[in-house]
Design a binder for this molecule. Structure first.
Ligand code: UGA
Length: 439
């Protein structure tokens, strides 16, 4: 049995909804809060606003057991919680690189005036280094209980599509704390997870671990995509290059898949926010390489468009383009900064008739880009196509039968934006197969 702390989770987006359901699953009583009443109503009915394998089941089971509840009231949350996890987003500011931390400030402003007894507030959001120290001072200033209210920073490393697994079996836990009491509370909270490597440190280091981790992952992807550019110029094959590199244990094969590059709500905005913060601290030179990481990533999208244009004779005007994939990666309905949709929109704006299919992200894509064409099946998307573009490597696409698909298109042209298909099989079926970084 876990220590019977009562937990709140403030913000029920991707991170918050997952954290709340997983903590309840561990046996804690959990109260989730969001300012969006519509979202709270749906969650109370057991409906997830996002697609995340395994999470809805967890939500429903813990709602039924009574361990998990939701509210929109900060007063209720303050009265209920011994430990308050703050899980709100820190999006990129409009027209700037910096992160917008106003949702975090709003949580502290709303919660603190009700905190009249000892408790721990735990930030999980990805933030510019220095944010925790500022929020800790604010908490103590605004809370009636003063210094009995402490802040800890506990960054989250979950991946969309694996959110439950990453929360219940994390590869490490990082705690930024300023007291032994805060450390003990968090050790107790995470004890039911078992023996997970734990790094206990100060606020700035804990905040930086997250920025550094995402910067490293983005750099690894852009490194292999830079190699793809050189491969394109020298008729080499980046997929084989990547495979050969992966056998070196110091390099490893993960996050070394060349293709259309990274998107989503995290890596792109996090590397930009990291550069912006380093600039404010006078350390901008240290991170100028991330500008290149970002640029390499964006160039892959342009290269994808060029490859497709080349296959249809140099112009998209009058051409039908079948797009497979809208989500920023498979097993997710998230279309934030999706490379797939970016490519689809560019081609549509260049005169192509684009039809998009995605197994789960179609509704989100439709809402965000109503001018694109959509279909409810692969066949619908590629019907009469002059070229097919595979932009998100859903398993459904990887398993496609090239012969069958060939019956639906006008011309057997395909660009594999994720290096997910077997080139030989597709060429043997009469397809003009092209891929990023390969001859
Ligand atoms: C990322 C990190 O992987 C998580 O550790 C982190 O917690 C999370 O951001 C966050 O900050 O919250 P996520 O955005 O869910 O997780 O997605 P990833 O699995 O990292 O994929 C990011 C993008 O990189 C996708 O567009 C994917 O297609 C692309 N990618 C990934 C590649 O192009 N090549 C690869 O080899 C791997």
């Amino acid at each position: 049995m876990p220590v019977p702390y009562r937990l709140t989770v403030l913000g029920t987006g991707y991170l918050g909804a997952t954290h709340a359901a997983c903590m309840a699953e561990l046996g804690f009583e959990v109260l989730g809060l969001d300012v969006d009443a519509g979202k709270i109503e749906r969650l109370m009915r057991g409906e997830l606003p996002i697609h995340e394998p395994g999470l809805e089941e967890l939500l429903r089971r813990n709602l039924a057991s009574g361990r998990l509840r939701f509210t929109t009231s900060y007063q209720e949350a303050a009265e209920f919680g011994d430990v308050h996890f703050v899980c709100v987003g820190t999006p990129q500011k409009k027209g700037e690189y910096a992160a917008d931390v106003s949702y975090l400030d709003a949580v502290v402003d709303s919660l603190a005036p009700y905190l009249d007894r000892e408790c721990l507030v735990v930030g999980k959001s990805t933030v510019p280094v220095g944010t925790a120290e500022r929020l800790a001072e604010k908490l103590v200033r605004l809370a009636p209980a003063g210094s009995q209210v402490e802040l800890a920073w506990n960054p989250e490393f979950l991946r969309e599509g694996f959110a439950v697994q990453d929360t219940l079996k994390p590869d490490r836990i990082v705690l930024g704390v300023t007291s032994e009491r805060a450390e003990k509370v968090l050790r107790d909270v995470y004890a039911p997870l078992g023996d997970i490597p734990m790094v206990v440190t100060d606020y700035p280091t804990a905040e930086l671990v997250k920025s550094a981790a995402n910067a490293f992952l983005a750099t690894k992807i852009s490194f292999i995509n830079a190699m793809a550019e050189v491969c394109e110029a020298s008729h080499a094959d980046v997929k084989q290059l990547s495979l050969a590199l992966s056998f070196d244990e110091r390099i490893g094969g993960k996050f070394l898949n060349p293709g259309l590059g990274f998107g989503g709500g995290c890596l792109p905005k996090d590397i930009r926010a990291f550069m912006a913060r380093a600039g404010e601290l006078g350390a901008d030179q240290a991170l100028t390489f991330l500008r290149e990481v970002d640029a390499i990533n964006m160039r892959r999208r342009a290269r994808m468009v060029d490859l497709a244009r080349g296959l249809v004779g140099g112009s998209f005007h009058g051409c039908t383009v079948g797009v497979l994939g809208a989500a920023f990666k498979p097993n997710s309905d998230d279309i934030r900064d999706s490379p797939a949709l970016d490519v689809a929109v560019t081609i549509s704006q260049s005169g192509g008739r684009v039809t998009v299919y995605d197994p789960v992200a179609l509704d989100n894509a439709r809402r965000a880009h109503p001018s694109l064409g959509y279909a409810d099946s692969v066949t619908g998307a590629v019907s009469g196509a002059d070229v097919v573009l595979l932009l998100t490597e859903w398993q459904e696409f990887v398993l496609l039968d090239p012969e069958e698909l060939g019956q639906a298109v006008r011309t057997r042209n395909i660009v594999d934006g994720r290096n997910a298909l077997d080139a030989e099989t597709w060429r043997a079926a009469g397809w003009n197969y092209r891929a990023l970084g390969r001859p």
